[in-house]
Design a binder for this molecule. Structure first.
Ligand SMILES: C[S@@+](CC[C@H](N)C(=O)[O-])C[C@H]1O[C@@H](n2cnc3c(N)ncnc32)[C@H](O)[C@@H]1O
Length: 427
């Protein structure tokens, strides 16, 4: 048992526990760090292998090359209904985003606001505008290692290692990608778990929801619950539910078997990219703010220029969002850890090299960024390629976090009431 858990007379809150242990949990080179790196290597390996297995002809490679520039600079213009768009996106962003989300979860842990679920129930994640679901893959790995770590140290907080991820995206190409990538991961993990017994990780094989317009977890939950109740009542098992006296039980029974109305963690990454999008999805974005369990957090990851500053300011001011506590407003540097930086860059270079070999006109059409071009010039096995890999730069990104503290009134109203109380006391 650790000092933090054994010496305190009272059980700490989850937040106190996280803050007290964060330097141990995040220490590089320690057991948890090594396991996290191994999972991240598996993820990068699966992504690269899957890509190479799917893009095998000059035509397929040319099609992906022709989308590389848009996928890097103007992905708003891509529908992701066709596979070349999706593979171009996967090449630049999948491994990069996985790490950005992991890094963000680390920050929540440091701040003592990472949501935790007790063993016995899954921790529920919703990824909105998920694309190939990097945040869901990252969260599943993160909680599996954290739960195992807490267990191996007999920590005062035991954590569910079961993360149930729901994804939402309308791009039709993502279904196939998520399915294939999860299978690739299972292949790698199966072989690995023959050698060592790691914690069980839930895998998902499709995109859960197809469209954000009119999306409301609460409404979906109610509709599904009512449908299930009707089904139960139509079936012979009616005797199981003493309708008059136990109606509540039937309600509860159905509620636990359908999609949840609330999540522990909602991640909206690189999805809301314009004020017109914010305006047209105001109601849906407010629904997200209403779809957190107590202690749950809604995270947004985005660029950090003035456009995004204005967007998130507007978002924070929406009435239902304003009821949440705005706990994170930070700019983070992607891939500060050299090990992560090297992995992200080398995976990208490996995929670009694969395309270069296959595509008839090479990568000329893609107009690659200068630093990536440099990193591609030397084979990755050449020792002097290390410097060019290290020279590749990644941008900073903006993170906002909104926590549900189970408060019935908004921050604005709370301040107003506190102000009025102060004035009354002074009078
Ligand atoms: C730039 S990608 C972000 C992917 C991922 N979240 C990330 O951070 O890498 C934006 C995604 O939002 C999806 N999208 C845009 N409008 C949507 C809508 N109305 N409903 C569902 N998905 C939508 C697109 O299909 C695209 O996959």
């Amino acid at each position: 048992m650790t000092e933090s858990s054994s010496t305190s007379a009272h059980k700490p809150t989850a937040g106190q526990w996280e803050r007290a242990l964060s330097s141990e949990w995040l220490a590089r080179g320690q057991e948890a760090y090594i396991r996290r790196q191994r999972y991240a290597i598996n993820f990068a390996t699966a992504t690269v292998r899957f890509f190479k297995r799917m893009v095998t002809t000059p035509d397929a490679a040319n099609d992906v090359v022709s989308q590389l520039r848009s996928a890097l600079e103007r992905c708003d213009e891509l529908t992701f209904n066709e596979t070349p768009d999706a593979f171009a996106y996967l090449l630049w962003h999948q491994i990069d985003r996985y790490h950005r989300v992991s890094q963000t979860l680390d920050r929540l842990f440091q701040l003592g606001i990472l949501p935790l679920a007790k063993p016995g129930r899954p921790l529920r994640v919703l990824e909105v505008g998920s694309g190939p679901a990097p945040a869901s893959y990252a969260a599943i790995d993160y909680y599996a290692v954290l739960a195992d770590w807490a267990k191996s140290r007999s920590e005062v907080f035991q954590i569910s290692s079961n993360t149930e991820a729901h994804t939402l995206d309308r791009g039709r190409a993502w279904q196939q990608i998520v399915h294939g990538l999860s299978e690739e991961l299972l292949n790698i993990e199966d072989r690995q778990s023959l050698r060592e017994r790691g914690p069980f990780r839930t895998r998902f094989f499709n995109i859960t929801y197809p469209e954000f317009e009119n999306f409301s977890p609460g409404q979906l939950h109610i509709n599904a619950r009512e449908r299930m109740k009707r089904e139960i009542l139509d079936e012979d098992e009616l005797w199981q539910f003493q309708l008059d006296t136990d109606y509540q039980d039937l309600n509860q029974y159905a509620a636990t078997r359908v999609s949840p109305s609330a999540y522990d963690l909602i991640i909206v990454a690189n999805f809301v990219t314009s004020s017109s999008m914010m305006d047209s999805f105001k109601a849906e974005l407010e629904n997200l703010a209403n779809s957190l369990v107590p202690g749950g957090i809604l995270l947004t990851l985005s660029g950090r220029n003035q456009k995004y500053k204005d967007l998130w300011k507007d978002y924070a001011a929406l009435p239902h969002v304003n009821r949440l506590e705005h706990v994170v407003d930070e700019v983070m540097q992607a891939h500060q850890d050299p090990e992560v930086h090297g992995r992200v860059t080398r995976s990208t270079v490996s995929l670009l090299t694969h395309l270069e070999v296959l595509a008839e006109q090479g990568l000329d059409k893609a107009e690659l960024p200068q630093d990536i071009n440099e990193a591609m010039r030397l084979p990755l096995t050449d020792p002097s390629s290390i410097a060019s890999v290290q020279a590749v730069t990644y941008p900073t990104f903006q993170v906002h976090g909104f926590v549900r503290r189970d408060r019935a009134i908004s921050t604005r109203d709370r301040k107003r009431i506190a102000g009025r109380r102060g004035a009354d006391a002074d009078a």
